[in-house]
Write a protein that binds this ligand. Structure first.
Ligand SMILES: Cc1cc2nc3c(=O)[nH]c(=O)nc-3n(C[C@H](O)[C@H](O)[C@H](O)COP(=O)(O)OP(=O)(O)OC[C@H]3O[C@@H](n4cnc5c(N)ncnc54)[C@H](O)[C@@H]3O)c2cc1C
Length: 411
């Protein structure tokens, strides 16, 4: 029964989508609603929604309690074609649009933000770096593995370089046909289970950030997991410290060119942040869908608590915040597909995520006793939401970026 469901889920995603909605076809340009999707995208949304509810849903609580991703979920993500969403069919992927990736991340997050971020980092960061900056040979070698079975991670942050990412200390020194990497990375998502690692290291600190270079490494080259973090939220998503001790990487594994790692990191995180916005959007909708019906079931003073004005207005405000975050996220995805320079508007979806985070989540937890115990799964959404203000640029860094653009334009 389950297999049948999986097969039916998989078919639309694996099929080659003929058009990229929101982008190339002039017919789409006449449609203004941000809620308009192509038929293929609607099919994909339904498929991922069913997969998330039927396959991931029953495992969410156990994975959270165990602080560990169920290996079968990772296998299923690959089998569903969800780990090569934008990868070309030639390289074993679904050859779909960026918006399709965003929809998938959102749908997974409605059920489990940990599974969602696993899919997000793998697709929007790791696959995209190789698709955009890899040579033909690198694409042929790595993309099929990443679409079929090998999980990827993106290793930029270090103990002393978080928001100031380019202050990284990891060094790479050329030794014949190899690069030898020494240093460590911190807070690396997916790294406990990953087999492919994109590592940012400096090949010439005298050049500052212009020495930063991106390397492709595999676990069996000698990457050591020094520590697996215990976290408040997204506990099933692994976050580890990695050590590189004379890690030998073949010279052909430099990606995008020597000294161009900073450019890759900036450009990729600009796109990737839309994925994190989608994760927070899905999370917010998931919490809303669970919390709000309870307010109409729960009666006090002879009436449903959700119908008291004090509660009803909080629910209405939460719905407005949620819709605002949705429109910001979808719009950023469309603009990215249209090839519009992302930088100026790109942080906005993240402000959307902060809007939800600060507003609805706290309102919900204040207003509903049902969200305080673990059984309902609502408190998990609250815990999981906290990461939205931190990774791929903290809320302050997003605000700083937006304010710089405003200043440039108006001063
Ligand atoms: C669960 C998790 C998963 C992660 N996954 C990855 C991953 O896969 N790969 C990866 O490379 N990294 C990852 N990170 C790291 C993440 O990107 C960093 O945590 C983030 O960039 C913030 O860096 P930091 O934690 O060092 O905070 P800091 O940069 O030290 O910031 C601390 C505080 O100071 C504020 N601040 C800093 N600079 C400024 C400024 N100029 N103006 C105003 N306020 C400022 C920040 O907003 C924040 O509130 C992950 C982190 C977490 C927690």
């Amino acid at each position: 029964m389950l297999r049948t469901a999986l097969v039916s889920v998989r078919l639309p995603l694996r099929s080659k989508f003929p058009t990229r909605a929101f982008s190339t076809s002039s017919a789409w340009r006449t449609i203004n609603s941000l809620h308009t999707f192509s038929e293929e995208e609607e099919l994909l949304r339904d498929s991922v929604r069913r997969f998330a509810q039927d396959v991931v849903g029953p495992k969410v609580r156990e994975m959270d309690e165990n602080e560990m991703m169920d290996p079968s979920v990772i296998k299923d993500l690959f089998e569903q074609g969800l780990m090569g969403i934008e990868t070309s069919a030639e390289h074993g992927g679904a050859e779909s649009s960026f918006t399709s990736a965003i929809i998938s991340i959102e749908e997974l997050a409605k059920v489990d933000p940990s599974v969602s971020v696993m899919c997000d980092v793998h697709n929007t960061l790791v696959n995209t770096v190789i698709r955009k900056y890899g040579t033909k040979e690198q694409q042929e070698k790595w993309l099929p593995q990443l679409a079929e079975s090998k999980l990827g991670s993106f290793c930029l942050s270090e103990t002393a370089s978080g928001s100031d990412a380019f202050a990284l200390q990891t060094r790479a020194i050329k030794d014949g046909d190899n690069w030898v990497i020494n240093g460590s990375k911190m807070w690396i998502t997916n790294s406990y289970e990953a087999e492919v690692f994109l590592i940012f290291a400096n090949i010439d600190p005298s050049k500052g950030y212009k020495g930063i270079t991106c390397f492709i490494a595999t676990r069996d080259m000698g990457i050591q997991i020094a520590k697996k973090e215990q976290k408040l939220g997204i506990r099933a998503s692994s976050t580890c410290t990695l050590n590189f001790d004379d890690l030998k990487i073949p010279a052909e594994n430099v990606i995008g060119g020597e000294g161009l790692g900073y450019k890759i990191a900036i450009e990729i995180l600009n796109e990737g942040r839309i994925g994190i916005a989608a994760q927070m959007l899905g999370l917010a909708q998931g919490a809303f869908d669970k919390a709000v019906p309870y307010t109409y079931e729960r009666k006090q003073f002879g009436q449903a608590v959700g119908t008291f004005q004090g509660m009803a207005f909080q629910i209405a405000q939460a719905a407005i915040d949620l819709e605002s975050a949705r429109l910001l996220t979808y719009n950023a995805a469309r603009r990215k597909e249209e090839g519009v320079a992302l930088l100026r508007r790109q942080p906005w979806p993240n402000i959307g995520r902060a809007l939800w985070h600060n507003g609805c989540q706290d309102r919900r937890s204040n207003g509903l006793v049902g969200g305080f115990t673990r059984e309902t799964g609502i408190e998990k959404f609250w815990r999981d939401s906290k990461i939205g203000a931190i990774y791929e640029g903290t809320s302050n860094i997003q605000l700083q970026t937006i304010s710089k653009f405003i200043q440039k334009e108006y001063s």
